[in-house]
Design a binder for this molecule. Structure first.
Ligand SMILES: Cc1cc2nc3c(=O)[nH]c(=O)nc-3n(C[C@H](O)[C@H](O)[C@H](O)COP(=O)(O)OP(=O)(O)OC[C@H]3O[C@@H](n4cnc5c(N)ncnc54)[C@H](O)[C@@H]3O)c2cc1C
Length: 397
């Protein structure tokens, strides 16, 4: 491991890897990325649902999506790795007038930014996602360029390209201290020795608050457990069954459309031959525990079968839990910590960070090299908390 570097990145999830890649693109290769686990992308990045969408309520998030999705669409040519990106769309199901009004404003903003989003009747939603029960659904929104991609593929793509350019990736290496000289960052202490550096990037996801505290800086990010369950098809025919009219009826979509029941936060998409589904638990307390709570499955299925009845006949084969990295306004923190020159934060994406990692990493790399990121970063400012800041993201699930 190098004993000095221009930049040290702490965290080897999609954010740290994206920053490393974008620094390399700017010819900054005297960089060390530290990951305390034996492998990259094993924390939140490796446990997420892979969803990628334009449909956010906050304009800054939509702008991150527009730039990120452009890169996902040409990732293989640009970065050099396949990421299994399927643009089969995101379908939001809305069942209250309040949600419809709220989405009307969001869709108008998304369209103003050039994103094509459609309003659908419940019947049209069922055509896109066969097997749905739309009882109580008033309207739906659909963006055909939304989709799902492989988080490990994206992270490893960024990491491999960064490494090929000369950036050092140190796995099994934990950052245990940040050296401060005067008020500036001067180095990082690790379980494998010290690295002198003028620039430290805190890309530690749900642990970013603890990493910033090593430099005596407060970053309000709290960990929140979220579950994912995998259901197997109910029979040998997969997600179809005889229709009674001689044909077969689909009991679940055969595309990878991602469906979100906005009121309950139940969501699902096809995952190979199986279905991946999840739902937020409003009673979940903040904490780092990622043990699977199997008692939650009954509650989730009770809600889920109202929207996707076939789940009542499917066996859940496995489940895992990971951490959302929540900020008070569900918006990320991207930028320099004003009180600690040399410390940059890219964290707190509040459960939708994978899809924003391409643009967020690009923006942070620009800030580090002193280039204009061409992006209004006010909504992401590390210092915004406690001040009168604008509204946060409302479409997180
Ligand atoms: C169940 C679930 C579903 C999700 N679904 C989606 C989705 O559909 N779409 C989407 O965009 N996002 C989704 N997310 C959110 C997404 O996974 C995160 O926003 C994103 O992965 C954050 O990436 P990261 O690199 O900041 O964090 P992480 O992937 O957590 O990486 C941080 C890394 O820092 C390392 N680290 C921490 N402290 C230290 C230290 N002191 N020294 C060295 N290394 C350290 C950790 O080991 C970890 O590997 C989901 C999350 C969960 C939990």
């Amino acid at each position: 491991m190098r004993s000095s570097a221009e930049v040290v990145i702490i965290g080897g999830g999609c954010m740290g890897a994206s920053v490393a890649y974008h620094l390399a693109r700017r010819d900054v290769t005297d960089v060390v990325l530290l990951e305390r686990e034996p492998l990259l992308a094993t924390a939140s990045t490796g446990r997420n649902a892979g969803g990628v969408r334009h449909q956010f309520s906050h304009e800054a998030n939509v702008r991150l999506s527009i730039e990120s999705i452009r890169l996902f669409e040409r990732f293989e040519q640009t970065v050099g790795s396949a990421i299994d990106f399927h643009q089969d769309g995101y379908l939001f199901l809305l069942s209250t007038d309040k949600s419809v009004a709220e989405f009307r404003a969001a869709v108008a903003m998304q369209r103003r930014l050039g994103v094509e989003v459609d309003w659908l009747e419940p019947g049209q939603a069922r055509e896109i996602a066969p097997g749905l029960d739309t009882d109580g659904v008033i309207a739906a929104t659909f963006c055909a360029r939304d989709g799902i991609a492989d988080p490990n593929g994206v992270t490893m793509g960024f990491a491999r390209a960064a490494q090929a350019a000369g950036i050092e990736i140190c796995r099994d290496t934990e950052a245990t201290g940040i050296v401060v000289a005067g008020d500036r960052v001067a180095g990082v202490r690790t379980t494998r020795g010290r690295i002198d550096t003028p620039v430290v990037v805190d890309a530690a996801g749900a642990w970013a608050g603890g990493v910033a505290a090593l430099a005596n800086i407060e970053v309000p990010i709290r960990p929140l457990r979220r579950h994912i369950f995998i259901a197997q098809p109910p029979g040998k025919d997969g997600w179809v069954r005889p229709s009674g009219r001689g044909g077969m009826d689909a009991t679940a979509p055969d595309t990878r459309v991602l469906v979100i029941d906005f009121e309950t936060t139940f969501y699902f998409h096809r995952e190979g031959a199986n279905l991946l589904f999840g739902m937020g638990d409003p009673n979940e307390a903040f904490g780092f525990d990622t043990t699977v709570r199997w008692d939650l499955l009954g509650e989730v299925v009770e809600v889920a079968v109202r929207r996707l009845p076939i789940l009542a006949e499917s066996a859940v084969s496995h489940a895992w839990a990971g951490l959302y990295e929540m900020t008070p306004d569900a918006m990320p923190i991207i930028g320099p910590a004003a009180a600690r020159p040399g410390l940059f934060v890219i964290a707190g994406f509040s459960g939708h960070g994978f899809q924003h990692s391409p643009a967020a990493g690009r923006v942070l790399a620009d800030l580090i090299v002193g280039a204009d990121p061409q992006f209004d970063l006010t909504p992401f400012a590390p210092e915004r908390f406690g001040r009168e800041s604008g509204s946060g993201e409302r479409h997180f699930v």
